[in-house]
Design a protein around this ligand. Structure first.
Ligand code: PMP
Length: 305
């Protein structure tokens, strides 16, 4: 996707898409210490708006803090950069990818003294797990790979290196004919998808793994908490076992890219009635109302570009 027209924000300047290059000796490319965000902008009645821009930008700074990287821009500058990229590329709705990485001044595990860089790109990206997935639900496989333990690469950082684990799990699932992977933590409790948080519904109660299982503190996950409150649904964060998922009534994944994607099968076991469940459908519909600007209660979550 490198040879195309468009602009990418790189270290404070807009550069041509095909010129947004880095050196092969960049520290992050070798050792994987870097952080990124996934953000979406939606085409609302008032114009294109970035969903929960502040929370995503804060998480990027927190990820960098955890990784001991000092982003050389202010939070406000990084917010402005994201709006600018959407405007400059004339995108009505899109996915945004801010990423911070360590430069190529020297190699060796210690990055001390190397420059910290930041870029923001944006492009049109539809349903991450497919339009059909949003309607019918997807098929998921419990991964043979374990999610990171909380004291390994730091699970609250959206760190570049954490995604090797996600890639392995996702590739295994796809090679085995599934749509996505579900990872368990080092103790065997359910953690999250390769790029999504998990929710299960049983007896009208909504459950999600607590963050001690190594799941990312998803911004969509938090949005679901608000939706459950609005819908009068009880929400419980707790340890969840794999077989609790097998016998749930409904399940779904959440994420900025995945939005709210129902899960119809885990390990070839049908979940509930094997399609998008009625509570999932309500939550999904409330989610799309919020991100598309149709719920005034959450207008403050939408930053017009
Ligand atoms: N877990 C992982 C591993 C992810 O990559 C993502 C996507 N950022 C999520 C959960 C969901 O987070 P969010 O809702 O903030 O996009």
């Amino acid at each position: 996707m490198d040879d195309r027209d468009g602009k990418i924000w790189m270290d404070g300047e807009l550069v041509e898409w095909r010129d947004a290059r880095i050196h092969v000796l960049s520290h992050t490319l070798h050792y994987g210490c870097g952080a990124f965000e996934g953000v979406r902008a939606y085409n609302t009645a008032k114009g294109t708006a970035i969903f929960r821009l502040r929370e995503h930008t804060e998480r990027l700074f927190n990820s960098a803090k955890i990784l001991r990287m000092k982003i050389p821009f202010s939070l406000e500058q990084v917010e402005a950069a994201q709006k600018q990229v959407v405007r400059e590329n004339q995108l009505e709705s899109c996915y945004l990818r801010p990423l911070t990485w360590i430069g190529s001044e020297k190699l060796g595990v210690s990055p001390k003294g190397n420059k910290i860089h930041l870029m923001v790109a944006a492009w049109a990206w539809g349903a991450y797990l497919g339009e059909e997935g949003l309607q019918r639900g997807i098929r998921v496989k419990t991964s043979s790979y374990t999610r990171h333990h909380v004291n390994i690469t730091m699970t609250q950082a959206k760190a570049v290196s954490n995604y090797t684990n996600s890639i392995l799990a996702n590739m295994e699932a796809l090679d085995d004919g599934y749509d996505e992977a579900l990872l368990l933590d080092a103790s065997g409790f359910v953690s999250e998808g390769a790029g999504e948080n998990l929710f299960v519904i049983k007896g009208g109660v909504v459950y999600t793994p607590d963050l001690s299982a190594g799941a990312l503190n998803g911004i969509t996950r938090n949005t679901i908490f608000h939706i459950c409150e609005d819908l009068g649904l009880k929400l419980v964060e707790k340890r969840i076992t794999r077989d609790e998922v097998y016998i749930c009534d409904e399940a779904f994944f959440t994420g900025t890219a995945a939005e709210v994607t129902p899960i119809r099968e885990l390990d070839r076991i049908e979940l509930g009635r094997g399609s998008r469940g009625p509570i999932t459908e309500k939550i999904q519909s409330a989610f799309f109302d919020i991100v598309n600007g149709r719920n005034p209660k959450y207008a403050h979550w939408l930053s017009l570009v």
